[in-house]
Design a binder for this molecule. Structure first.
Ligand code: PMP
Length: 343
């Protein structure tokens, strides 16, 4: 994006076009090329910078967001960070509602952007106090008092989210693999990444296999395989999993789905850190576990792509904290115990 290949004229032009990295261990294990887009390379540190930019550009084009206006959004954190940085760059205010269960690191990262952060109790979507409903009502109240003053970004049900992934993430994967991609897999929160990339890749290559890696506690894997929205168990991952079909997820071209437990995904987070130098968050562990399953399903010689959605530093106090992991009954590698000896 942007006119110059080397100079981004503003923040928006520095979003996307992320590196693609070959995952050595996942590739060796499966005999496939397992590749991942390093989305922590985005300026806000996550794949959700793309969502934020896609939503903002669409709102500007529709005349819903004017200079000095306020962006209001409910988020697990990363979309809020992306929106707040774009707001700083483009002359908007930001108000973010967020469940108070999210990592301290994400809450702090958001606070320093200048956004107004309102933490709310974590409740199911069916409850009117869910963070997305609180954000929508807040924007409605602001617009009732001062028409046009606020815009509810609505990342879950505003399909400008998946459209932007189709145009950027999907096209980048096609170009970076020179069309060799045989399968794409990731977890979903809004569904924007999976639906957008799935849509784009199926257009380029109808035989490409699109798979959902769903964390335990989410209802989507069951929905894809049996048609029933049913969840079992739970997960320490953040930003992924869903109890409902969002507008972005609806109609996504998904061929396969698996439910992935933390005991399968977390070892990938730790292994990627110490054996490949890749610092990734919990959702990326689910994505890589899913990529290994997809590669095993397709068989040796195939090219499987996923995304590393954000960095582990955003969850330092959880994913790399032996006391936290022990309390959750999750495996703790020896090197991590040694790095943080218990008092
Ligand atoms: N991983 C992380 C770390 C996220 O913050 C999110 C978004 N909440 C996702 C994955 C899911 O992406 P999407 O909303 O495009 O489904």
């Amino acid at each position: 994006m942007g006119a110059s290949p080397t100079i981004a004229a503003e923040l928006a032009a520095a979003i996307g076009t992320t590196p693609m990295v070959r995952l050595r261990e996942a590739s060796a294990l499966t005999g496939c090329d397992v590749l991942a887009k390093l989305e922590s390379a985005n300026p806000g540190g996550s794949i959700k910078d793309r969502t934020a930019l896609g939503l903002v550009l669409d709102a500007e084009r529709r005349g819903l967001l004017q200079r000095g206006g306020t962006i209001v959004e409910g988020t697990a954190g990363n979309t809020g960070i992306g929106l707040a940085l774009l707001a700083a760059s483009r002359g908007y205010r930001t108000i973010i509602t967020m469940p108070q269960t999210q990592s301290r690191e994400k809450i702090d990262a958001l606070r320093v952007t200048g956004a107004e952060v309102r933490l709310v109790p974590a409740v199911p979507y069916a409850n009117q106090d869910h963070y997305a409903h609180v954000a929508r009502r807040l924007a409605e109240a602001m617009n009732a008092a001062d028409p046009g003053s606020a815009w509810f970004a609505n990342q879950f049900d505003n399909t400008a989210n998946r459209d932007f992934h189709a145009r950027t993430t999907g096209v980048e994967i096609w170009e970076q693999t020179a069309g060799r991609v045989d399968g794409f897999v990731c977890a979903t929160g809004t569904g924007g990444t999976l639906a957008g990339v799935g849509q784009a890749l199926k257009q380029f290559k109808p035989g490409v296999c699109i798979a959902l890696a769903d964390p335990a506690g989410s209802a989507l894997a069951n929905y894809v395989t049996t048609g029933e929205l049913k969840a079992e168990g739970g997960s320490i991952t953040e930003g992924i999993g869903s109890s409902r079909i969002t507008a972005n997820f609806d109609g996504a071209p998904i061929d396969l789905a698996w439910s992935i437990h933390d005991s399968e995904s977390l070892p990938w987070v730790h292994a990627l850190m110490v054996r490949e130098g890749l610092n990734v968050g919990g959702s990326s562990g689910v994505n890589v576990a899913g990529a290994v399953r997809l590669a095993q399903q397709l068989g040796p010689g195939h090219t499987v792509v996923t995304v590393l959605a954000d960095a582990g530093t955003r969850y330092q106090s959880k994913l790399f904290n032996p006391a936290f992991l022990h309390a959750k009954g999750l495996p703790v590698p020896k090197w991590l115990e040694a790095a943080f000896p218990q008092e």
